[in-house]
Ligand binder design. Structure first.
Ligand SMILES: NC(=O)c1ccc[n+]([C@@H]2O[C@H](COP(=O)([O-])OP(=O)(O)OC[C@H]3O[C@@H](n4cnc5c(N)ncnc54)[C@H](OP(=O)(O)O)[C@@H]3O)[C@@H](O)[C@H]2O)c1
Length: 252
């Protein structure tokens, strides 16, 4: 049976990777989905692949005015939103402590934290009672590696915001949860600091299952959280990483 029949979902950053796979799964489960992204061409391509139950709206999540406009457009089309996946982001710029630039801070925190917060803020008035909000953080919110301070900090800050939102929106029966994947095979991980096949070959050997996650695996967890099957789950921080973040490799 379809789990999301009659629901309306918004997926920020839905034209690629985890967002796209989740939009696909939401639609498979009966939802109508609005996806967003900055690049109109990628958005159009994704909407074409997702089919009639998808709509694309161009919006930069790091721009508060654009998030406000996105919420207004979603309201004029659907009135209410039942599922909000705050997923746009993912900028990893490796800079060591002592060399972190203001530009990196503004870019990374601008989408991963400020952008995620104001996307949520602008949608709160539109959420139906009993809605599900899912914030995409990362295992980097609580497990750390050199050079990644601002990405980690921006995801940790998002986790804190998300848990506050879970408490404050509970009187409307709105559930708010965080999903924390480890490296997942998306176009995003082959850009910037990770645009190097050798790094990936090495990192995969450190993963418990000797592979990365697949976007579809993350999408299944998000779809569960979005559905009524997760009706008593709120304020949770759910790691999806094959055990990578609890595995501290010791050399003997
Ligand atoms: N993949 C991983 O290993 C991994 C692990 C842990 C957490 N995550 C998190 O999962 C989320 C998705 O990552 P992904 O790997 O699926 O990324 P991806 O394949 O690079 O896709 C990113 C999506 O977000 C959109 N986007 C990026 N910046 C945006 C902005 N400012 N405003 C609106 N849309 C924006 C992109 O479209 P445009 O470029 O057209 O805007 C695209 O649709 C991110 O929050 C990331 O931090 C990923």
């Amino acid at each position: 049976m379809e789990k999301l029949t009659g629901k309306v979902a918004v997926v920020t950053g839905g034209s690629s990777g985890i967002g796209f796979a989740t939009a696909h799964e939401f639609i498979k489960q009966g939802a109508k989905v609005v996806i967003t992204g900055r690049n109109q061409e990628s958005l159009d391509k994704a909407v074409k692949e997702l089919g009639n139950n998808a709509i694309g709206i161009r919006a930069d999540a790091s721009n508060v005015k654009e998030s406000e406009k996105l919420a207004e457009q979603a309201k004029s089309i659907f009135g209410k939103i039942d599922i909000l996946l705050v997923n746009a982001g993912g900028v990893e710029v490796f800079e060591p402590i002592g060399q972190i630039t203001e530009e990196t801070f503004d870019t990374v925190a601008g989408v991963n934290f400020k952008g995620a917060v104001f996307t949520t803020e602008k949608f709160v008035p539109l959420l139906s009672d009993g809605a599900s909000v899912i914030h995409l953080a990362s295992v980097s919110a609580f497990s750390f590696n050199a050079g990644n301070a601002i990405y980690s900090a921006s995801k940790a800050a998002l986790v804190a915001y998300s848990k506050n939102a879970a408490i404050e929106l509970a009187d409307r029966k709105i559930r708010v949860n965080v999903v924390e994947p480890a490296l997942t095979e998306t176009p995003g991980i082959h850009k910037g600091a990770f645009a190097n096949d050798e790094i990936h070959t090495h990192v995969k050997t450190l993963m418990p299952f000797k592979r990365y996650g697949q976007p579809e695996e993350i999408a299944k967890l998000i779809t569960f959280l979005a559905s009524d099957d997760a009706s008593f789950i709120s304020g949770a921080e759910i790691t999806i990483d094959s055990g990578a973040s609890i595995n501290v490799p010791l050399k003997f």
